[in-house]
Design a protein around this ligand. Structure first.
Ligand SMILES: [Zn+2]
Length: 76
C-alpha cells in the first residue's frame, strides 16, 4: 500500500491511476484533486513524511541498542 500524502488515505499502487513522479519517486493519490494539491507544494507534504520516517528510524535504532543486535527471525 502507498499513502496519499495529501489526505493520508491508503492507496493501492497496483490499481491507482492517479500518480505523479517527483525527484525520481512515484507518489500515488486517491483523487486528481490530491495530486494537484501535492504538485503545487510537494515539499510541504514530503517534509511531513520525512519527519515520520525519521521518527521510525529513531524508534528502531533505539530498540537495537537495547538488545545489542537486530532481531533475527531465522536464527542459526
Ligand atoms: Zn487523497
Amino acid at each position: 500500500m502507498a499513502k496519499d500524502l495529501v489526505c493520508g488515505m491508503d492507496v493501492d499502487e497496483k490499481t491507482a491511476k492517479i500518480k505523479t513522479k517527483y525527484q525520481g519517486q512515484t507518489y500515488y493519490f486517491c483523487a486528481l484533486h490530491c495530486k494537484e494539491v501535492f504538485e503545487k507544494e510537494p515539499e510541504k507534504y514530503l517534509k511531513k513524511k520525512r519527519l515520520f520516517t525519521r521518527f521510525l528510524d529513531w524508534l528502531s535504532s533505539d530498540r537495537e541498542k537495547e538488545h545489542g543486535k537486530p532481531p533475527s527471525c531465522c536464527g542459526k
